[in-house]
Design a protein around this ligand. Structure first.
Ligand code: GLN
Length: 530
């Protein structure tokens, strides 16, 4: 098979061809490594990594040799007739917030530049056991804080649809890599939308599983009561496949749910089959539609609602009034937990150590110099906000009230799910915005998370899948489904059903319309040289 054909296979298709002996894992892995080499671009400055690269810059580290070695072993075992796990030999990219042995883990921060973890996170271990070659580590906003990947210390990742636009965040690297065919699968993390919003603005699929259903052991903590690892892919089924690989109980994570992994692939296949959505009760969240949402987003969303109806689903409107307070509660709870989780980067235990420029060398002064040099402006902003919110005298007014709002939001969801099987909304109020357009005003950036954040506050699962291109700018629109805790399977049924209906309507997949990335990069590089 030609490289172009190999990289455009979904993970499920690739696995089938590997099992049938039509392709080898070495070929498949090499095709993706070639694609990465052709689309990442070159470093803009060798000295200053914060400048990023001329191309996508989706990867902070590419581990080609390691990936090929895994691929060779899989091919050899297959040739020897050994039993292999179903996805063996299909390559994957890992968000650089998840620790990996043998290659650096940076969280896109100067604080951890070059840091090597002595162990693998549980999800990475599971991926190794499932025999997926790891292509490398993907770019993100520093410590997963942001909605645009512009807060990475190592340069922004570019959106494959338009290189002057954001790929979403914090997991812009994973989403861009999957969209641009650099990898068929990726891992992301979602604290307030970092898997789903990047998926939405790049036209890929992303899932935030039920809180506690995928291990967080070895995932650098942002806000521990909200963080969750999940899959990124180009089809709903592929996310289900990856979810089954990474899910399950882990004694190393104290919040891990001790229950078997759900039958997600089966649910996806059921949803995509004819009549698969018959009788599904869907609630459109009134507070997450209409005002404040871009016209083209609303139009594509309404179209999806119609398709669901036509496929036999029953769609009603539901109201969850407390969602209007979600953003405020999130930015207090998240920042409070960030201030506590990031306290360990003190220049003593690991990572960067910066000595004071002048004056006495005391432990406090080393810590202060290290934190001043190691953290970027967004991390500092949130540490300061969180420290303030948790300080004696303010604790109850801020953190306490936010926790009470969180309970109200959870109740709203419980009430809504008494009426319907799944809830639905656009994933993001807008399509991908221009690079640099929201960095001046952090509040503007935070508003982009309005539809994804309530899910994290409630601990429930949610999926985003592409719903088409907005008429006004031709950029991808994301459709979000939400389900009750531990009912992740419903997301796959609803998601795969809608995906099948959309595919029929378009006569193909959305990414068939993706512009040629190499030409976009060439045009951009030539343009700036003039
Ligand atoms: N964009 C959100 C934030 O900035 C979500 C981040 C995340 O999910 N990691 O906090």
């Amino acid at each position: 098979m030609k490289n172009q054909e190999l990289i455009t296979l979904t993970a499920s298709e690739a696995a089938e061809k590997l099992a049938a002996g039509e392709i080898t894992s070495v070929e498949l892995t090499q095709a993706h490594l070639d694609r990465i080499a052709a689309t990442e671009g070159t470093p803009i400055s060798e000295e200053d990594r914060s400048q990023g690269k001329t191309g996508l810059n989706a990867f902070l580290n590419v581990s080609g040799e390691e990936a090929l070695e895994t691929a060779r072993q899989v091919d050899a075992d297959r040739a020897a007739g050994k039993d292999l796990p179903p996805m063996a030999g299909v390559p994957i990219a890992v968000k650089d917030l998840i620790v990996t042995k043998g290659q650096p883990t940076t969280a896109a921060s100067r604080m951890l530049e070059g840091w090597m973890s002595p162990y693998d996170g549980t999800v990475v271990q599971k991926i190794r056991e499932a025999r997926l070659p790891i292509l490398g580590k993907t770019n993100l906003d520093e410590f997963a804080m942001g909605s645009s990947t512009e807060h990475s210390a190592f340069g922004v990742t570019r959106n494959p649809w338009d290189l002057d636009r954001i790929p979403g965040g914090s997991g812009g690297g994973s989403a861009a890599a999957v969209t641009a065919f650099q990898a068929p699968l990726a891992l992301g993390t979602d604290t307030g939308g970092s898997i789903r919003q990047p998926a939405a603005v790049t036209g890929s699929v992303g899932v935030k599983p039920t809180y506690g259903s995928v291990s967080r052991y070895g995932v650098i903590a942002m806000a521990s009561s909200l963080d969750q690892v999940g899959p990124v892919s180009r089809s709903v089924r592929d996310s289900a496949v990856l979810h089954e690989i990474i899910g399950g109980y882990d004694p190393m994570d104290s919040t891990s749910i001790n229950e078997p992994v759900g039958a997600y692939v089966e649910a996806a296949d059921q949803g995509a089959a004819p009549g698969g959505l018959q009788g599904l009760k869907v609630g459109v969240v009134k507070e997450l539609t209409g005002e404040g949402f871009q016209a083209g987003v609303t139009r594509r969303f309404e179209e999806s609602v119609e398709l669901l109806r036509a496929a036999g689903a029953e769609v009603v409107e539901v109201s969850t009034p407390n969602l209007q307070h979600a953003l405020g509660a999130y930015y207090l709870i998240m920042a409070s937990e960030v201030s506590s989780n990031l306290a360990k980067y003190d220049g003593v235990r690991f990572g960067l150590r910066e000595m004071p420029k002048d004056g006495p060398v005391t432990i406090e002064r080393v810590m202060s110099a290290t934190r001043a040099a190691g953290f970027g402006p967004e991390a500092k902003r949130r540490i300061i906000l969180g420290t303030y919110a948790l300080s004696a005298g303010y604790y109850d007014a801020y953190y306490g009230s936010a926790q009470r709002v969180r309970t109200l939001i959870q109740r709203d969801f419980t009430n809504a799910f008494a009426e319907v099987d799944v809830l639905m909304s656009p994933t993001s109020p807008t399509t991908a915005f221009k690079l640099g357009s929201k960095t001046e005003d952090p509040l503007e950036m935070y508003l982009n998370d309005i539809a994804t954040i309530p899910v994290n506050l409630a601990g429930i699962p949610s999926i985003s899948l592409p719903g088409g291109l907005a008429d006004e700018d031709g950029l991808p629109v994301g459709i979000q489904f939400m389900a009750p805790a531990k009912e992740d399977a419903r997301l796959y049924r609803a998601g795969a059903g809608l995906e099948a209906a959309l595919k029929e309507k378009w006569g193909g997949a959305l990414l068939d319309q993706l512009p040629d990335t190499e030409s976009l990069i060439a045009a951009r590089t030539e343009g700036s040289a003039k």
